[in-house]
Design a protein around this ligand. Structure first.
Ligand SMILES: Nc1nc2c(c(=O)[nH]1)N[C@H]1C(S)=C(S)[C@@H](COP(=O)(O)O)O[C@H]1N2
Ligand SMILES: [Mo]
Length: 227
């Protein structure tokens, strides 16, 4: 049996999940990959450019900070490092160190660039060999298996590259957001003991899953009425 990272428990389901205030927010464009590149460089839009990169497929585990882990999820898409090296690097003259990720549902997060350049970080457009569904981040999401779920941004709207660290107002409360959030080091929150957060977050799991499920069903019902 696989050993799980500290404080994590295996979940047999892979629920749509997040902060409750995002349960009712869905991407305007879940169909086509299209996002903005911005920050300390001249802005531009990415649409078909990714298809010039080699595709990659990986099986990895997913660890939510609230202590559930779903093992062996098959993702495919493009390596973030290929995207950076082949599409971003040729357009910049100064070194970037920090990345802000923004989503179509208003969620945001950030990571040091070096964390996103790890060889298991993807811009994923498929899960289980099918296009990403709405629940799991259509049309394109970040997959960063060594980082808690909250750094695995779904429904990518823009990726901003900065020369220096930047303080952003996150989708999370500021104490909740660790600047790196590495699972192996149990970097659950910016402040406070991790074991406390293991325990606190556990109480919210079931109601969060229910809220997200209910919102998804309502969204699907509305879509059916429209079509
Ligand atoms: N755009 C967006 N990305 C997001 C979130 C969100 O609410 N919105 N929630 C984060 C959290 S806390 C987790 S655990 C994972 C959940 O991914 P899943 O819904 O595919 O299970 O997405 C992360 N990325
Ligand atoms: Mo999460």
């Amino acid at each position: 049996m696989k050993t799980l990272p500290p404080g994590q428990k295996e979940s047999l389901i892979f629920p749509r999940f997040g902060l409750p205030q995002y349960a009712n927010r869905f991407p305007e464009n879940p169909e086509t990959v299209k996002f903005l590149v911005a920050g300390d460089l001249d802005k531009f839009v990415i649409s078909d450019e990714l298809t010039s990169l080699p595709r990659t497929r990986q099986v990895s585990d997913f660890h939510c900070v609230t202590t559930w882990s779903k093992l062996n999820i098959t993702w495919s898409g493009y390596l973030f490092s290929d995207f950076y090296n082949h599409i971003i690097l040729p357009k910049i003259s100064e070194e970037m160190t920090f990345v802000v990720l923004k989503a179509q549902d208003g969620y945001k997060t950030s990571l040091p660039l070096k964390d996103l350049l790890q060889s298991n970080v993807l811009l994923a457009d498929q899960m289980d060999d099918r296009p990403l569904c709405i629940e799991h981040g259509a049309p394109l999401r970040i997959v960063a298996p060594d980082h808690y779920g909250y750094k695995n941004l779904k429904h990518i709207k823009s990726i901003e590259f900065y020369k220096d660290h930047k303080v952003i107002k996150q989708g999370l409360l500021s104490f909740m957001d660790h600047p790196r959030a590495r699972v192996a080091f149990e970097e659950r929150a910016r402040k406070g003991p991790s074991v406390l957060f293991r325990w606190l977050y556990k109480f919210g799991i079931e109601s969060t899953i229910r809220d997200f499920e209910k919102a998804t069903l309502e969204y699907q019902k509305k879509l059916r009425i429209k079509h």
